[in-house]
Structures are given as C-alpha cells and as structure tokens.
Design a protein around this ligand. Sequence first.
Ligand SMILES: [Zn+2]
Length: 135
Amino acid sequence: MDFLSKVSSKAGETIQTIKDSDITKKAKNYAEIPGLQVQIGKAEAAIKKAYEEIGEAYFNAHVDDETTEYEDLFTLIKAKKELIGQLKSEIEDKKKGDNSVEAEEGSVKSEKVCPICNHSMPEEAAFCSVCGHQF
Ligand SMILES: [Zn+2]
C-alpha cells in the first residue's frame, strides 16, 4: 500500500511538472506574440510606404495624360492639392495678420479696431465711442 501510494504520488508529481512546464512554455509563447505583431506592423508600414512611393511616381509620370486607369483618384489628388495650396496661402495670410483684404470684401465702410477695448469703430472716428480712446 505504501509503495503504491508512493508510486501514484510520484506519478502525480510528474504529471504536475509536465503541466507546469507546459503552462510556462505557453505563457512564454504568448509573451512573444506582441513582439511578433510589432514586427508585422513594421513590415506592413514599410510596404505601405513603398506603395505610396510607387503611387506618387505613377501619379507624377501620368499627371499630364488625358486619361488614366485611375481617373477618380487622379481627380481627387488634384483637387486636394489645390485645396492644400489654398489652405497654405490662408495660413500665410493669417501669419501676416493681414485682414485688409477681408475687410475690403466684407464691408464698403472701412473700420478700425480700438486697441484698448477691441470694439470696431468707423475709420474716420477720432475717439473710441466705447472707452474714449483717442486714435
Ligand atoms: Zn475703445
């Protein structure tokens, strides 16, 4: 009886040991997955960048063609490039702080802004009618 229980206990330990190392191995394998996923992501990003370069080269090579295989995409790129150009010049205008064009377009009457209270006054006003600042 003693021998048998010893054997079965030993057997149990062995099974337990196998299970433990199995779990450890599994955990180790699982721990390696994020690293592999990062590698996949990097490889995919590299492919995407290469595709982009091919696409840009194709676009530049065929931009003046009358018809292309990718008419809609060419139209989209051209439209977006034009939009970017407009937005960039808008940014430049804002950097300059040049609102004179807008003011001229917006109203026939020219206005100035009081530096003290920021209220708009007619260009010809000598004093701010809100705070009394002398222009
Ligand atoms: Zn004022």
